[in-house]
Design a protein around this ligand. Structure first.
Ligand SMILES: O=c1[nH]c(=O)c2[nH]c(=O)[nH]c2[nH]1
Length: 287
């Protein structure tokens, strides 16, 4: 039997890191979750047990903490690029780095040092860097929960012998948006870009009269590409958070789209992407 080593990568997943910046009495918080994943000359470690080419995952974790102290953490994309470039540029055996970061928001309560975890979405990024200098940056968000209490219909679908769904001309449309968008280049004002993409997503969700969540997804992606030139592709995963009208007739009550049962499962899962026709090749950006 002849076998060979397949694709592989290794790293430290979910290094939780909180950076406090003390500006006198006023403190600033960055709360992130860093996952690094390296690949390169890893035949020996798998085939012979030699660890000579391996930068330990423990070191990868330590580097994240040390860099947070030395360089601070501002935009997660910039911090991810810093780490990815460091791993590849400092170690000849490491040819490719993937760094993924999630950021959790905190809001100031009062005074300078008290915070409440924000109920907002989680901001994300995935950065790749290889020894040829090829770089990709994908920004994103997840758990952006949105709801339209009207302006949503769903009808005209295939009806077969198993279809029981009734067509509706007025329903609740709700989802938890998970979106990732690819930057055409690795340089940018990531903070401003993020704020504008988020706003474009919300505006398009609110302003689109929806005949399906698929149609809303496309409108949201299109709006982002119209709003931010540096974004060349966006991908979504959006659960259809079904709201079913409760039958109140047994209680002698009508229900004119007022009382709903908010089901948590099963849910429709609508996934799709929108991209510029001339978007540069994605290479490893989505890996
Ligand atoms: O927006 C929707 N898209 C679907 O594909 C679908 N399927 C379904 O049962 N309800 C919905 N709603």
């Amino acid at each position: 039997m002849s076998v060979i080593l397949g694709p592989n990568r290794y790293g430290k997943a979910e290094t939780r890191l909180v950076r406090v910046v003390r500006d006198g009495e006023v403190h600033h918080l960055k709360d992130i979750n860093v996952s690094s994943s390296l690949s390169g000359e890893m035949e020996s470690v798998h085939l012979t047990g030699s660890n000579a080419a391996v930068l330990p995952t423990d070191t990868q974790k330590n580097t994240a903490y040390a860099f947070a102290k030395k360089y601070g953490v501002d935009q997660i994309e910039d911090f991810a690029l810093l780490l990815a470039r460091h791993f590849v540029d400092s170690q000849p055996t490491i040819h490719h780095a993937r760094v993924e970061i999630e950021e959790y928001g905190w809001e100031r309560i009062s005074g300078g040092h008290s915070f409440v975890r924000s109920g907002r979405e989680v901001r994300t990024c995935v950065v790749h860097y290889d020894r040829d200098g090829r770089t990709s940056v994908v920004s994103g968000l997840k758990d952006l929960v949105v709801l339209n209490s009207t302006d949503s219909e769903f009808h005209g679908y295939i009806v077969d012998e198993y279809t029981t769904l009734q067509p509706t001309g007025d329903r609740i449309l709700a989802t938890a948006v998970a979106a990732q968008w690819r930057h055409a280049s690795a340089t940018g004002e990531f903070g401003k870009s993020y704020a504008d993409v988020r706003q474009a997503l919300l505006d398009a969700f609110a302003e689109t009269y929806s005949l399906s969540l698929q149609q809303t997804l496309y409108a949201m992606g299109r709006r982002v590409l119209e709003t931010r030139q540096e974004v060349c592709e966006i991908r979504f995963a959006m659960p259809n958070k079904h709201h079913f009208l409760v039958d109140l007739a047994p209680f002698g009550l009508d229900n004119d789209n007022e009382v709903f049962y908010a089901a948590d499962r099963p849910y429709g899962l609508i996934e799709g992407g929108v991209l510029r026709e001339d978007a540069p090749d994605a290479a490893f950006a989505w890996e």
